[in-house]
Each structure stands twice: as structure tokens, then as C-alpha cells.
Design a protein around this ligand. Structure first.
Ligand SMILES: *[C@@H]1O[C@H](CO)[C@@H](O)[C@H](O)[C@H]1NC(C)=O
Ligand SMILES: *[C@@H]1O[C@H](CO)[C@@H](O)[C@H](O)[C@H]1NC(C)=O
Length: 569
């Protein structure tokens, strides 16, 4: 998953200081409201997630076809340090090991994705089915079930078969709808007797915007102002078609559920007394989560998207809106195609109104007429875009409840990364992130939001798209420089395990103990890692890189500040 986007960072105007280096940062300063002690409803499902390209490796093994990510990552200059997912965590060969990690955590579910080109090398079902690829997922599903772990399976986690990109232009082409439907039908046929939770798409926002608008992700197209809207249009149709296929052909027999996983940051008005800011914040969320959720729940795009993109297209002298339209038949076909809604959520932005005149530079971002800001006091331990703002999570969940008729929700992604230089297994900032975000989710459930499960993003450190291996989201640390890719538990493993076994936060005394105990165990894990001869190298990296990076941060901040002051003048 990751809704990562460099160009979003460039829209963030506020000066961001290098706070992550400050070890004694006060995490509690930004708390809105107090901690809520209590437990989750009985049967609440706890899990962790991954995706095929990010963890499997074995990119060209056993008859797998190439995906757009294989091709994209092999191009120089696209990925941090020119890294690739060719071997990644070697998850393809470590199914048993990884399931034992899940057992250790006592997970109720595991969310993973099926690589389309691993089972259909050209992407097209009538060309060739790769039985070895099918067997890999068969074995994994069986082993999960033997261990009483429910599989939640994503059909599209960004790895489109390369041939479909080359021949048709990928998601720019309506023909993807039928090819994806054939692939999904095959998955229902072969795995659906055992898999009861299907997610059609993971974070289509990212596919559309980063794949076809900014080009930071595969296939790397920069079709500004049109590419994302067209890709999204076809993805929504493909989702609806697959839901109908399941509904008419498989539901009776298999009795499963089909949903979609949407990602969305929360947008909070900068000035809650300013109507323009309130409307801008609403637009931010509508252009993000609402872009996909509104058609799926109500049949059409959010009115505000139709208005803004339509008006700007007219100002550009275009004959029709850059936002495609659904026919009335399509609207009723798409509406209601969601048995449960997957939510991926990581962070929050402050939003203010900002006009962008339409013209040649028009993009998805400028269509929204807003600026994103962050509070420099928000903790930012890892990715530059990922600030810890727990209260935004509760607001987003409540937004989903009121806007879309209180649907059944599975949180399909939530977590925080650390920068490459942190090889520390004592990840107390991640513990704090989980504690606060999960607590806000608990409050949302008390508000009446219908959340049925929660998925930590992610089980393992893994290939983080254009960031390569420089960002680590895992509960388990993976040593990528060692050919065997050994996994080491971070302290957050112990902490999450206790949340799971207590099904929440029983009382203050106990919860305070958890953190202490988790930190105790992590120092012994650290010793384990220290036994590895590579560690001396890691320490060196920390000693040299940390001060260098911080100096750089301070310099950059100064430049930003000057830039900002110049703009103000
Ligand atoms: C990545 O590849 C490009 C193009 O060949 C090269 O200029 C760049 O130095 C490479 N980066 C690293 C870190 O190797
Ligand atoms: C979609 O694919 C077909 C078949 O290759 C092609 O004729 C058509 O031009 C494509 N459409 C777009 C929008 O790329």
C-alpha cells in the first residue's frame, strides 16, 4: 500500500523542521482528548498485511510474467538507489516462516495480494494459466487456514501485467475491465471455496494519481489533468463488474464478501470558523476517498468534483469535462457494489482554500483549489508525508459512517515507517502510533462506526515502491543485505500481541506495563541482531548518517524558510 506521493509534499507549504531526530519529543502534546480504556467488540478481527510485489520476490520464477512494477523498477532513476523488488523479502520461498510469525502474533487474519502476472503471465486468461503460480497461492491459503488465520485477499495491488500496459495502455483503456474480470473470476473459481474476503483494488487513488498523473509509480505516465481521472473511471467500472460477477456466479456457493480498499488522509480545516477552509477541507476528502467511495455507494462522482473539474475544463476551452461521466445505466450498475469497505489510513493534513487558475499547468492537484499544511509539532518518525495525527483517524471513520450509510469497515492498512538509518528494533514511536491510532479507532466504534477488523501495515519491512528499501513499515525487521532475508521482531510485535490478546486496552496499569515489557524483549532481539556481523556496519551508518541527515534537514529548513518569507512579501 502506500499512499505515498512526493508531489503532495511539494504542496505542503508549512515549514517542517527535522523533529524526528529529537529523541525526547513529547508525543502527548498533540493529544486531543484523553485515552479511552476499553475493549473491542467480541469477534473483532486483528491482522497484518502485505502485498505481492512488495514481499514475494521471485519476480521471474516458475513461469511468472512481468508486471509493470518489474519493468518500472528495472529502469534506472525511478526507485531510490535504483533498488528493485526482484528478491525483496523472498516471501515466495518463506510462506511457512512468515505464517509462524503470524501465529506468534496470534493474528486472526492476514491480508495479502495475488500477483496477476504470476497466475496469468500475459494478463489474459485465454492465453495461458500458470499452474505453478496458482499452486503457490493454494498452498499459502491452505497453510493459513490450518493455522486458523483468515485470508483476506487483494486482487489488484498495483502489479498489472506488463503486456496489458504495452498493448492497451493499461488502465487508460476500457478493455482492462474485461481482462481484470476474467482474472478475478479465475481467482474465485480456484480459491473462492476457501477465501471469503475479497478486495478488488488496493488504494486506486494511488494507481490513478501516481501511476498516470505524476508518474512516480508504475507505469510512470504523466498525463496531467486527464490520466488519473480516466484510470480511476475504468478502475471503478472494473470493480463494479467483478462485484457483479461474484454476486451472480459465486455468492450462492461460496458465501463470501467482495469489497474495495480505499486510502484516504483526513483533511481538517485550518480555520474551523472560516467557511472557505471548511469547504476546502471537504473537497480534499471528496477528491481523495470520495472520488471512489461516492460512485460505489451513491452511483456517481462527488458533486464537488463534477463542479470543479467541469468548470476548470470549460475555462480551458475544452468541449467536455476532463472528469469522465457515467451513463445512468452505469450509475445504477456501480451503486451498491461493496459488501464491506476497506480503509487504508496513515495521516492527516490541515487544509486551506487556495485558488489555482486553470491553464496549461492544470492537474488533479490544482483542480482542488486548496493547499495542504502540516503542523510542525506533529511527530514525523519515518516517511516525509507520514505525520502521526491519531484524532484524524476517528474523524475519517465517522465521515465514512455518515457519508456512506454506515457500511461494514475493515481497516486494511494502518501503520508507520522508520527511515533506513533506524536499524533499532526498539521502535517505541511505532508502539505509540499503534496505541494512539487503535485507541481512536476504538473511540470511533463507540461513536457507532461499524469497524469489524484492523490490519497493521505491514507484517514485514518490504519494498516500499519508489522509496525502495529506505522506509520500513514492518512489525518485523528484515535484513535485506543478508541473502537469507532473516526477520527480527521489533518491540511493536510484543505490544501489538498484547493488544490482540486483550482485545483492546483493559486498564491503565496493564497498558503501561506492556510498553515496558515490549522494550525489555526488544533489547534481547537487538542482541540477536548484534550477533550478525553486519551490525557493526549498521552502527557506523547510524553514527555517520544521522548527524549528516540532520544537518541537511536544518539547511533545507532554512532554505524553505527563506522561500516562504519571500513568498509572503
Ligand atoms: C541509478 O541509475 C542512474 C542512471 O544509470 C545513475 O545515474 C544513478 O547514479 C544510479 N543511482 C545509484 C544510487 O546507483
Ligand atoms: C485501447 O486498446 C485498443 C486495442 O489495442 C486500441 O485500439 C485503443 O486505441 C485503446 N484505447 C486507448 C484509449 O488507448
Amino acid at each position: 500500500m502506500l499512499p505515498h506521493c512526493m508531489s503532495r509534499a511539494s504542496h505542503v507549504l508549512l515549514l517542517v523542521l527535522c523533529l524526528s531526530a529529537a529523541e525526547d519529543f513529547d508525543w502527548t502534546k498533540n493529544d486531543r482528548g484523553s485515552f479511552y480504556f476499553g475493549t473491542f467488540p467480541t469477534g473483532f478481527s486483528w491482522g497484518a498485511g502485505s502485498s505481492a510485489y512488495q514481499t514475494e520476490g521471485a519476480w521471474d520464477k516458475d513461469g511468472k510474467g512481468r508486471s509493470i512494477w518489474d519493468v518500472f523498477s528495472h529502469k534506472k532513476g525511478k526507485i531510490f538507489l535504483n533498488d528493485t523488488g526482484d528478491s525483496s523479502c523472498e516471501g515466495y520461498y518463506k510462506v511457512k516462516d512468515d505464517i509462524s510469525l503470524m501465529k506468534e502474533l496470534k493474528l486472526n487474519h492476514y491480508r495479502f495480494s495475488i500477483s496477476w502476472p504470476r497466475i496469468l503471465p500475459t494478463g489474459i486468461k485465454s492465453d495461458h494459466m500458470n499452474e505453478k503460480g496458482i499452486k503457490y497461492y493454494d498452498d499459502m491459503i491452505n497453510l493459513l487456514l490450518e493455522n486458523k488465520i483468515t485470508p483476506i485477499v487483494t486482487l489488484y495491488h498495483w502489479d498489472l501485467p506488463q503486456l496489458l500496459q504495452e498493448k492497451y495502455g493499461g488502465w487508460q483503456n476500457i478493455s482492462m475491465v474485461n481482462y481484470f474480470n476474467d482474472f478475478a473470476g479465475l481467482c474465485f473459481e480456484r480459491f473462492g471455496n476457501r477465501v471469503k474476503y475479497w478486495i478488488t483494488f488496493n488504494n486506486p487513488w494511488s494507481v490513478a494519481v501516481e501511476g498516470y498523473e505524476t508518474g512516480e509509480h508504475a507505469p510512470g505516465l504523466k498525463l496531467k489533468g486527464t490520466g488519473a481521472y480516466r484510470a480511476a473511471h475504468h478502475i471503478i467500472k472494473a470493480h463494479a463488474k467483478v462485484w457483479h460477477t461474484y454476486d451472480t456466479q459465486w455468492r450462492n456457493k461460496q458465501k463470501g464478501l467482495v469489497g474495495i480498499s480505499l486510502s484516504g488522509d483526513w483533511g481538517e480545516p485550518v480555520d474551523i470558523t472560516n467557511q472557505k477552509d471548511i469547504e476546502a477541507a471537504e473537497r480534499y476528502v471528496q477528491f481523495y476517498l470520495g472520488w471512489f467511495a461516492t460512485p460505489i455507494f451513491h452511483g456517481d462522482y462527488p458533486q464537488v468534483m463534477k463542479d470543479y473539474i467541469g468548470r476548470k475544463s470549460a475555462q480551458q476551452g475544452l468541449g467536455s469535462s476532463r472528469l469522465p461521466t457515467f451513463s445512468s445505466q452505469e450509475k445504477s450498475y456501480i451503486k451498491g457494489t461493496c459488501d464491506f469497505l476497506g480503509i487504508g489510513h496513515f495521516t492527516t493534513r490541515y487544509i486551506t482554500q487556495k485558488n489555482f487558475p486553470s491553464g496549461r499547468g492544470t492537474t488533479y492537484f490544482t483542480d482542488r483549489d486548496l493547499a495542504e499544511l502540516v503542523d510542525p509539532r506533529w511527530p514525523d518518525p519515518g516517511s516525509e508525508w507520514l505525520y502521526s495525527v491519531p484524532w484524524g483517524f476517528r474523524r475519517l471513520l465517522n465521515f465514512v459512517k455518515t457519508q456512506y450509510g454506515n457500511p461494514m469497515i475493515y481497516v486494511t492498512e494502518n501503520g508507520v515507517s522508520e527511515k533506513m538509518m533506524c536499524t533499532e528494533l526498539c521502535d517505541d514511536w511505532r508502539i505509540q502510533y499503534f496505541k494512539d491510532y487503535i485507541n481512536e479507532m476504538l473511540k470511533a466504534i463507540k461513536d457507532g462506526v461499524n469497524v469489524k477488523g484492523y490490519t497493521v501495515w505491514s507484517l514485514l519491512d518490504k519494498f516500499e515502491w519508489d522509496e525502495g528499501y529506505s522506509e520500513r513499515f514492518g512489525l518485523y525487521y528484515v535484513d535485506f543485505r543478508n541473502k537469507n532475508k532473516p526477520r527480527y521482531p521489533k518491540a511493536s510485535v510484543q505490544y501489538y500481541k498484547r493488544i490482540i490478546s486483550s482485545n483492546g486496552f483493559p486498564n491503565q496499569r496493564e497498558v503501561e506495563n506492556w510498553k515496558r515489557k515490549a522494550t525489555e524483549t526488544c533489547s534481547s532481539s537487538n542482541q540477536l541482531l548484534a550477533a550478525d556481523p553486519l551490525t557493526s556496519h549498521m552502527e557506523m551508518v547510524t553514527e555517520i548518517v544521522v548527524p549528516t541527515v540532520c544537518t541537511l534537514c536544518i539547511l533545507l529548513s532554512a532554505v524553505f524558510l527563506m522561500f516562504l518569507l519571500r513568498r509572503r512579501n
